[in-house]
Design a protein around this ligand. Sequence first.
Ligand SMILES: Cc1cc2nc3c(=O)[nH]c(=O)nc-3n(C[C@H](O)[C@H](O)[C@H](O)COP(=O)(O)OP(=O)(O)OC[C@H]3O[C@@H](n4cnc5c(N)ncnc54)[C@H](O)[C@@H]3O)c2cc1C
Length: 237
Amino acid sequence: MSAFIDARTVPEGTILQPDIAIVGGGPAGISIALALANTPLRVVLLESGGMTFEPNTQALYNGTKTGVSYLGLQASRMRYLGGSTNVWGGWSRPMDPLDFEERSWMPHSGWPFRLDAISRYYPRAQTLCEAGPWLYEKAESWSPEQGPMLALGEGGVATRWFQFSQMRNSVLPTHFGERYADDLKRVRNLSVYLHANVTRVGLAHGGGTVDQLDVATLTGRRFAIKPKCTILAAGAI
Ligand SMILES: Cc1cc2nc3c(=O)[nH]c(=O)nc-3n(C[C@H](O)[C@H](O)[C@H](O)COP(=O)(O)OP(=O)(O)OC[C@H]3O[C@@H](n4cnc5c(N)ncnc54)[C@H](O)[C@@H]3O)c2cc1C
């Protein structure tokens, strides 16, 4: 059994040396931790929040925003196990090739890889999101009981299919923390630290690798992780 550890109980000055440290227990961090289950690797997952919403931890997301108008920072990211899936809508569909391309009219657009670099992982993600079978944009998989398909032609309007995450025995979309907590606890090579805020990512000489993560709790406890490999999954997108 893996351990869920309250970081506030970790002795001051502790230094942990896992093979892999995952920063952030949202859907990205949880999915990676589950993918590494029962490998020879010793994995640590560091999550800022606990199992439920806590105002003082959520307040760490306070800030100002600029640019395109969007939900306030407090409403658009959740800071406890499961991350923003604690409030997400469950709309699911793969990205389009165009999403990865540089567009001259959009500053900072373009990804360093293309859709085909990640497309083979989509079915696994779909399963984790509990979003049903993989049926996107395939007219042959559409059955008449699902209603008429929109017959849109060439031009700026196109049919796009979404599927909806739906947690078992419930109408809610999958909240990753609640849904996968027991699975995480069953992973023998994993330790999940809750209330563990990574406050510094220390780079090794030359800047190419991470050599230390500093961790702090809101109660003032401090300790460090010296992992061989670090995965930042603290909510970038
Ligand atoms: C209201 C709302 C509706 C949405 N609806 C949809 C939808 O319908 N379909 C869809 O595809 N997407 C939707 N999203 C977006 C989706 O929820 C996110 O894209 C997704 O949760 C991102 O996952 P993530 O793991 O990258 O980050 P997050 O979910 O943000 O998780 C990051 C985790 O890292 C932790 N963390 C942050 N900083 C630190 C730190 N310093 N140290 C340790 N831990 C840290 C946080 O506590 C959090 O648990 C919605 C989001 C919101 C807010």
